[in-house]
Write a new protein. Sequence first.
Lengths: 83, 460
Amino acid sequence: MIKAETLQEVLNLVAAAMPGADRAILQEDTNLYDLGLDSTTAIGLMLEIEERFVITIPDSMITDESFQTPGALSAVVGSLIAA
Amino acid sequence: MAAPLVDVLFERVAQSADAIVFTRGSDRWTNSEFLATCLRLASRLREQTGDGAAIAVSAESQALLPFLIWSTVIAEIDLWLLPALPAGAPQLEQASGLPVRIIYSDGPAFVADDRWQPLASLLSNLPVDSIHRPDSSRQAAFVFQTSGTEGEPKSIRCEHWQFAQVLRVMRECGALNHAISTQVYLSQPLPHSYGLCSFLEYCAAGGSVVLPPERSPLGPAGDLMQMTSSIQAIEGVPYFWSQFAKLRSRLDLPELRHLGIGGGRVDALVMKAVLTRFPDVTVSVRYGLTETPSVATHKVYTPPHGADWISSGRVVPAYEVEIQDTSDQVVPDGTEGEIVIRGDCVAAPSGILRTGDLGYFDQQRELVVTGRRSAFIKRRGFRLSPETIESAATRCDDVVDCRAIGVDDRLILEVVCQTELSAARLLDQLRALLPATMVPDEVRRVAAISRTFSGKIKRS
């Protein structure tokens, strides 16, 4: 279960990292690669998420699937906050 | 005439049959295993193409490209190195016009063309008995498809003997010393001219090449986070080094001793960030174009590192480099003009390449590249370097990427920002970094900056 506030914050960070992504259309299951997520943006997004939630995403969790949707990213964040 | 390029491979096996020639993920090949496979593949490619026919490759994955590269050298077959082609890309139409017998690809099948073959099948069912031995004097080549920073895509044919000659000269003058027996991570794609050149350079110096496993959504810099820590050198273009700088604190590279930069100038702040994390490495800076295998000038910076990253180094003796004014006259050292490269190894008509780049020789006869002639923006009588403006802008808060353009005598800066753009604040910061003549008239926020296959900003 993803906390609503975690998801909202991740959605805000995604929108800030991807100027081409309209915040209004961003949903939990929006495919970020379809919106143009590339490696440079993914690096910036990861660092922003780590700073905002005061976490370090382990290398093993940095996968294509983890970055595919805001929901997947929120799940990663949630698992690290809970740990 | 230099020894044939294929001798690089035979020399490696003669020196150390069991040394690792390249690694990707958990797969690794010794010199002897690699050569044996390439000889068999060369035999099949020769059978399939006959004399004079060429092969093309378009691949996102680098895994099988080393085999294809060296097999076409052994078989003396032209290899067209194409950018990876996504499904439905208009370049597929362009590929249909290529004078090649086979197009290998790991992309979707190009159903309109029966020359299309899956790259994954490259090493399947290779002939056991039939081994091709190079014996002809045919001048086969690598053919690069460059997207061009300013104009139409073009094909550049660099013959194998030209690579062989430049590599021999680079070895003799010490320009490959950093690569000797070095395990290098090549971050840039092999179909890119810098990627292929650095691959051949490390092969020629007895180095061991590590290719990105292509697993991380963070790109080749992210792949480094998940790799073994035995990497001793890394080669990359400015785009890669920007990513590397952001991830520097996450990288565990205790053996790292050399960084190679190609494809353009890296921003000084990016280099500062990288070298703060890895202060003891040497750094090679190179200047060359696709038409000049491998490099025309080269310099290795040694620690302690300062802030001076201006020079691209001395001319590699395989080439002659001169600076000319607009009347094609050679100018004195210290005077800016167009960089012109000459020599047998230049892949251009008559061996003369007018680069379109501007630069000058400093007091040490080292080349300083200042920009591209046609990229300069003219505004109110001033000639402005977009690279200088962009370099300053990337130091400003929240600017991820940018491009300076001239429109109707106005200077416009397009920026990609991570937060809401404050044009007034950005212009204030630029006024502190740039002369008044170089401060933009307008700042526009854009979603992305259009770049070429090799990561350079598109200027047209």
